[in-house]
Design a protein around this ligand. Structure first.
Ligand SMILES: [Zn+2]
Length: 361
């Protein structure tokens, strides 16, 4: 195994151990926040943070892993490589870093995108006091996305419904209806929840604890599942033309994509985790992006999400079928083998470099 790939983990506890060891060796200041649930092995679960730089460093680089649970293998591996390659020591004067590992530790440990409440964290940061966003497309196909039985007959019937929706609205229209987020089916997929989750409350505390003195924050939230194998798409936050988006363009150049502008592989989503930064650190200038790595074709990735959802609502995680499904899900969000891991780190190194340069421009 290559040195780079060796820093990528085999499961959540392995990832946490690798992260904590690398963070300790780099001399960062550590904090851990315990999630109220346990992992499949009975182990405790944590959102762990490590901070580098002076307490009042004006510029703060922020890296985040596992907003979408199982996608955390990617961000975790990138962070450990950054730590092990001397990232903290190379930060310019006045620039610190905050690494947030296990934003959704439950999903990470259980090989799910969602958290302990079946909630997609990147749809949970809306204002729950207001009416939730509507998604009529999802309601139309909800039963087909979450069939009670995982049999050939049931799946063929469900596929007809999805195909006919795609014929009417296009393949990307179908992707938008499924992945755009929904607040009506709590046992469905891409469910945003009806109140702030544990991760939502906890990351807000992290931001207040660690970033109160920051003047500029440059954040990279690691994701997987969309785009060509191993390619890291830099997805901008907000609408093109807004000051925050213009700043993202200045940092990342023409490669920056925009769901709102129709140039991203991602559908438009609202209520994402990184929305919390400008809310909890209002005095800092915030420049945040998602770094989205491709794995497998979108239909396979969505199939993995459906299987996982079916398994947790109607199946048995510990059965042979359950184990087979989990392996399928893990591979769709964390492809095995050194090649993908090496592509992830090479791109992460490049994008982190741009963020650090942007913070100091
Ligand atoms: Zn994601």
């Amino acid at each position: 195994m290559s040195a780079v790939a060796a820093h990528f983990a085999t499961d959540y506890q392995d990832a946490r151990q690798k992260f904590c060891a690398a963070a300790a060796a780099s001399g960062g200041r550590f904090r851990s926040y315990r999630n109220p649930t346990l992992g499949p092995d009975g182990g405790q679960l944590f959102m762990d943070t490590v901070r580098f730089g002076d307490d009042d460093a004006p510029n703060m680089l922020v890296l985040m892993a596992a907003t979408h649970g199982v996608e955390g293998f990617c961000g975790s591996g990138a962070m450990v490589n950054w730590l092990r390659s001397g990232g903290p020591a190379k930060l310019p004067k006045g620039t610190g870093a905050l690494l947030i590992h296990g934003v959704n530790p439950h999903g990470f440990a259980w090989i799910r995108r969602v958290n302990e409440d079946n909630v997609d964290l990147n749809r949970n940061f809306v204002d729950h006091a207001k009416p939730h966003p509507r998604n009529d497309g999802y309601a139309e196909i909800a039963a087909a996305l979450n069939p009670p039985a995982w049999t050939e007959t049931a799946l063929a019937k469900a596929q007809q419904v999805l195909d006919s929706y795609a014929q009417k609205h296009g393949a990307f229209g179908l992707q938008g209806a499924i992945t755009g987020g929904q607040y009506t089916h709590k046992d469905g997929i891409f469910f945003g929840g009806h109140k702030p989750t544990w991760s939502n409350r906890t990351i807000r505390a992290v931001i207040r604890n660690e970033l109160g003195h920051a003047k500029r924050i440059g954040c990279i939230d690691f994701h997987t599942g969309l785009g060509p194998f191993g390619h890291g798409e830099i997805i901008g936050l907000g609408a093109p033309g807004q000051p925050a988006f213009t700043r993202q363009q200045a940092w990342y150049g023409d490669e920056l994509t925009s769901p709102e502008g129709g140039t991203s592989t991602s559908a438009i989503v609202v209520g994402v985790v990184i929305d919390a930064f400008p809310q909890e650190a209002p005095d800092a200038e915030f420049t945040g992006i998602a770094l989205e790595y491709g794995t497998y074709p979108v239909p396979e990735v969505l199939d993995a999400v459906r299987r996982d959802n079916w398994l947790h609502h109607h199946g048995d995680v510990k059965s042979a079928q359950g184990k087979e499904m989990k392996a399928y899900v893990q591979e769709r969000f964390y492809p095995a083998g050194a090649k993908w891991a090496e592509l992830v780190w090479a791109r992460a190194d490049e994008v982190i470099g741009k963020a650090v340069k942007g913070l100091n421009s």
